[in-house]
Design a protein around this ligand. Structure first.
Ligand SMILES: C[S@@+](CC[C@H](N)C(=O)[O-])C[C@H]1O[C@@H](n2cnc3c(N)ncnc32)[C@H](O)[C@@H]1O
Length: 234
């Protein structure tokens, strides 16, 4: 099976032999691919709705892997016991949904599970939420599908310095990170922040002033991060 670049970037973060759970699995492409590649021996998959879970069962049957998968109809991690997983993927959902799923399952942090999160939206809210909840973003991996860039976060319980406003948008960068899509990611976010600033500058409502100030800080920070990133490149 061919995985999409987005799911491939999540798959690349799964350690061999992981006790793997895929929350909100839908077609179960990610766990089926990991099983096919021999990266994992067994997979637990869950979904909130019966339709997607049936699709997961169909994919598993099509590839002859149903015996090595368990299917749970549940909200988030509510149907998964702490002893059953040490690596948990939550991909293809909004950042708020991912945060709600993790908030309802504090055992994930207490047990030191490896989390592979691939938010489709609200990344700038999810990153600081993770930091406040005692999670550390160990690395981020970008992928491209068509014209869209996606980010996958590798996360574990641990201390992380509070993120600056620009880091909340773009994630923390370091000289050691080699990501060929990072410059484009920063450039796009900077342009998005600039558009938001321009829009808010037109506003005549006094209540928009603090938001404008915050967005200007994001915009300045992103420009600095982009310059810093460029100086690091060979
Ligand atoms: C867009 S699909 C993503 C499928 C796959 N994870 C991927 O990244 O391609 C989102 C799936 O998450 C499921 N979902 C949404 N909220 C959920 C929750 N709270 N708990 C479990 N599954 C959820 C939906 O039913 C849907 O099947």
């Amino acid at each position: 099976m061919e995985l999409s670049p987005r799911l491939r970037s999540v798959a690349g973060l799964v350690p061999p032999g992981a006790r793997f759970a895929d929350v909100g699995t839908d077609h179960a492409y990610l766990p089926v691919w990991l099983l096919q590649q021999g990266i994992i021996e067994h997979a637990l998959v869950s979904d909130l709705r019966p339709g997607p879970l049936d699709r997961a069962r169909s994919t598993a049957a099509r590839y002859g892997l149903a015996e090595r998968m368990e299917f749970r109809l549940c909200d988030g991690l509510s149907g998964i016991a702490p002893a059953e997983a040490d690596t948990i993927a939550i991909a293809g959902m909004g950042g708020e949904t991912i945060a709600a799923i993790l908030a309802a399952a504090p055992w994930v942090r207490e047990q030191g599970c490896l989390l592979l999160l691939q938010p489709m939206s609200a990344q700038s809210a999810l990153r600081p939420w993770l930091q406040r909840q005692g999670y550390r973003i160990e690395r981020e991996h970008l992928s491209r599908e068509g014209d869209t860039l996606y980010t996958a976060l590798q996360v574990r319980a641990g201390f992380m310095e509070a993120l600056t406003p620009a880091e909340q948008w773009a994630g923390r960068q370091s000289r050691e990170t080699a990501d060929p899509l990072r410059l484009e990611y920063l450039t796009r976010l900077e342009a998005r922040a600039a558009r938001a600033v321009t829009g808010l500058r037109r506003s005549t409502q006094a209540s928009d002033a603090p938001r404008l100030e915050a967005l200007e800080a994001v915009h300045r920070g992103l420009a600095k991060m982009r310059e810093e990133w460029s100086t690091w490149q060979p």
